[in-house]
Design a binder for this molecule. Structure first.
Ligand SMILES: Cc1cc2nc3c(=O)[nH]c(=O)nc-3n(C[C@H](O)[C@H](O)[C@H](O)COP(=O)(O)OP(=O)(O)OC[C@H]3O[C@@H](n4cnc5c(N)ncnc54)[C@H](O)[C@@H]3O)c2cc1C
Length: 409
């Protein structure tokens, strides 16, 4: 078939294939699903673009910059500002994603102290210092311990930093690595948070479009891997020299038991159609009340109007973890919470769909960036579980494996 077979057409597998292709080396990508993208997929439902779980693209991701055509993605950026719901009211705080220094433009927001403002600036400086390689080598603790060590007040942590970083890491406990905290902070400071006009799936679609026709084979689930060959679900044996296992971590563990199953971070995204945006601004709303199911909310059509049919708004609500409440009950609890935020109009929002994602992000603490990894002779492993749990981590790890295979060829 080919000397190199990549299993999984997520961002790691596709970036690996693109790197090999750029070097003039053929490969085949076997994907179990019916489309490329893995965890980055978008469903078109009644004219709404529903990403399979709310997520954002950070334009500063270095590997993404190298491989993606941002103009073609028609990136729509989030505004330099966010709202925090606390003390029973909405408070505007400036740009938590791009310009943390401006956070306190609305000083009246009862979110933190002036000293916290200075600490944000210090953290920002620390995150931007030196190279990324140096950042990943810094002493590691949990994000929460790091924030406390930076001196942030508990009020600042509970009202702003916990829902903000908790929403990014899908981890309200903030047990995620402090290196990840600094990495995300750096990416947010150096670029924009954005959405492609056609939905997040435009990212893997663009990567796949850069491969020769026929490179990606959909509906091809690999059942077993051994040195020099793999077996499809159908029982077919395919001999090959290099195998790149770029499945999500759980998939990798099924194929390569020695890899082990990681702990996963879960999230649920609930989408509503509204007649009118309750915000009228492309910004994130954070729940700083310290209670409730909702962690954050965004009106995606305020960011990218193409996410909703003309004249309608698309609201995405993030509930962290995997709540035990049954589907409809959860939707109604969330609706009730949001009624307190936006008033009775919420009763008219139409529930479109919920995505429960128990395997959204691998929980990695300590964050050992082991890559590229040759697990067995000729069997490599790539994916966000190898670098950082992010789009950047997946792409970077796919590229690293490709470079190593090219080096050893
Ligand atoms: C809800 C959610 C929110 C997120 N938010 C963000 C965010 O805001 N910013 C950010 O940077 N990142 C975010 N991420 C993380 C990011 O999406 C992932 O890190 C990245 O997409 C992982 O890519 P991957 O290629 O490593 O794995 P995957 O995307 O999981 O790809 C693995 C592929 O392997 C295939 N596969 C599995 N087993 C087999 C098999 N046996 N045979 C053949 N194929 C197989 C799967 O079908 C899949 O297509 C989020 C993820 C989720 C789910």
């Amino acid at each position: 078939m080919s000397e190199i077979i990549i299993i999984g057409a997520g961002l790691a597998g596709l970036t690996c294939a693109r790197r090999l292709h750029a070097a003039g080396v053929n490969c085949v990508v076997l994907e179990a699903g019916n489309a490329v993208g893995g965890r980055v997929r978008t469903d078109l439902v009644e004219g709404f673009r529903l990403d399979r779980g709310f997520q954002v693209f950070l334009t500063a991701y270095p590997t993404a910059r190298a491989w993606l055509d941002y103009e073609q993605l028609q990136l729509r950026t989030f505004a330099a500002g966010s709202r925090v719901r606390c003390d029973g009211a909405m408070h505007l705080v400036s740009d938590p994603w791009r310009e943390p220094l401006a956070l306190w433009a609305t000083l009246r927001a009862p979110v933190g102290s002036l000293a916290d403002k200075v600490r944000i600036a210090t953290l920002r400086r620390a995150a931007r210092r030196g190279s990324l390689a140096e950042l990943w080598a810094r002493p590691e603790t949990t994000a929460l311990t790091a924030l406390r060590a930076h001196g942030f007040s508990e009020r600042m942590i509970e009202r702003f930093l916990r829902p903000w970083f908790g929403g990014i890491f899908l981890d309200r406990e903030l047990e995620t690595s402090s290196r990840m905290l600094e990495f995300v902070f750096r990416m947010l400071a150096e670029g924009h948070a954005a959405l492609p006009a056609a939905g997040m799936q435009a990212i893997p679609d663009q990567l796949a479009a850069g491969l020769p026709t026929g490179t990606v084979k959909l509906g091809a689930r690999v059942a077993r891997v051994e040195t020099g060959a793999l077996f499809l679900d159908s029982g077919e044996r395919i001999a090959t020299r290099h195998i790149v296992v770029a499945t999500e971590n759980a998939g990798a563990a099924a194929l390569l038991p020695e890899v082990g199953v990681p702990k996963w971070r879960a999230t649920t995204t609930i989408y509503f159609a509204a007649a009118k945006s309750p915000l009228g601004a492309p910004m994130l709303v954070l729940n700083g009340e310290g209670r409730g199911y909702v962690n954050n909310l965004v009106v995606l059509s305020d960011v990218a109007p193409s996410y909703a049919p003309a004249g309608l708004a698309l609201v995405a609500v993030s509930v962290l973890g995997d709540p035990t409440l049954e589907e409809r009950a959860l939707v109604e609890r969330v609706r009730e919470e949001l009624r307190a935020w936006f008033g009775d109009v919420v009763a008219d929002w139409r529930w479109l769909r919920s995505y429960r994602l128990p395997w959204a992000l691998p929980a990695r603490m300590p964050l050992v960036r082991k890559q590229p990894v040759e697990v067995r002779p000729g069997v490599w492993i790539a994916g966000d579980g190898r670098a950082s749990a992010s789009i950047q981590g997946a792409m970077e790890s796919g590229e690293a494996v490709a470079l190593e295979i090219l080096r050893t060829k």
